[in-house]
Design a protein around this ligand. Sequence first.
Ligand code: SAH
Length: 508
Amino acid sequence: MAKKTLSTGICYLVGAGPGDPGLLTIKGKECIAAADVLVYDYLVNIEILRHGKPDVERIYVGKKAGDHTLPQEEINKLIVKLTREGKTVTRLKGGDPVLFGRGAEEAAELAEAGVRFEIVPGITSAIAGPAYAGIPITHRSHASQLTIFTGHEDPTKSETSLNYAKLAQAEGTKVFLMGVERMEEITGELIKHGAKAETPMALVRWATTGRQQTLVATLGTMAQKVKETGFKAPAVAVVGDVVTERDNINWFENRPLFGKRIVVTRTRQQAGVLSRQLADLGADVIELPTIRIEEPNDLLSFGELVQDCHKYDWIVFTSPNGVDAFFTMFDKLYNDARSIGGARIACIGPGTAEKIKARHLAVDLMPEKDFVAEGLVKAFKDKHDIENQTILWVKAEETREVIANGLTGLRAIVDEAVAYRTVAEREDNLEALARLKNEGADMITFTSAATVDHFLELGVALPENCEIASIGPVTSKALKKHELPIAVEAKSYTIPGLVEAIRKHFAK
Ligand code: SAH
């Protein structure tokens, strides 16, 4: 029996799910949020690490390119040591932590060391993988029994402990993991022991992610097909009549952008919204942040202008980043939402307006459809007399002067509050760059002129046949300046507008 312990440290052995970041449990998410240290494996989707605290320590123990995984004994020692130090350690393992995941061994080490631990089950690839390929692992008319086994046993064991005779005779569905490399042997043994060669079979690779691939064959033909197509691990294998259900319910791979690899170049913080919408339509998204938002060089002046914001007739916001920077400063200066006074608020477009509304402030003016600086100036011109009115324009350091010139032209008095700077993102994108180089992409998205300029600064070649999508005319202008061909330009210059344009483009 595990010893009772009062140690302050705790280790959560968490199932991270099969890949789709939405398939993490709520408890798993809470464990990530509570962690001082995250220890994670190769098959864990690193997107879920975002739920961690900003300063959380991350330790990767999976295999690196060409490299081997940290040996299991070292991992055991590591998590025991960290937990003993009094830390909250969240150990993330792909799928479920104990299903062919050596979670039990880690638990035993923690128990032996007398430190606290908990096991948080996860959604296993053995069930979710087939489900995302439109294959239910049981079915009233096909299978009422499920057998799960591993195709890759402990290589130090001399003889297989798999009893192929019994496996072959098992009723219902069979699922095996880690079997791609030994496909010929496994399917051969099953057939040799009486399984029917014509039993339907599927392999699902990188299941539940945008790069999912499914190969359908029979028990008798799969090994050959794997060779022919060069199909690689990691994949879940599923054998049984349930595979035929895929013909009717292949929901995941039928989504409009499935099979399209799309690059998102916005800041890491902002990428989420666009990535999510593309992924929801089935795209395989590579986040390659090219820019990062930083404080303005003259933070003091910005602070002074924010402090005086209630003295203005209008406050004009021309980007969501500006709204964020403004209210971060505002909240430092004031404890009362009313300190913004009676100033009216104008926004360049819906994304910016949404941020304002999230603060429970109403937007008094926004262009009807032309969500660029020119559109906002026109909206003022059409709807308001701003002669002699005072305007505080919250802007990026490098923004075009259209607003200042336009509003001054309408005889307003404009003060410019430089709220942030856009700089090149140099960290955090090694993996994305590697994927771009190795796997290519179907489309790259640009959501501002800055993303264009900074992408080009990275000096990365655009993959072959990679098309370009632009959020609107200002971004397109930056692309044209560099003679880059634009395949898609959003009709509505917003993130949903861009997503819709991309969907339409690929529907053709
Ligand atoms: N504990 C994990 C399995 C770990 S063993 C779970 O419950 O899912 C690793 C094997 O799991 C891989 O070789 C592969 O067979 C399978 N696997 C894990 N994630 C997968 C995914 N997203 N797509 C396909 N196979 C996956």
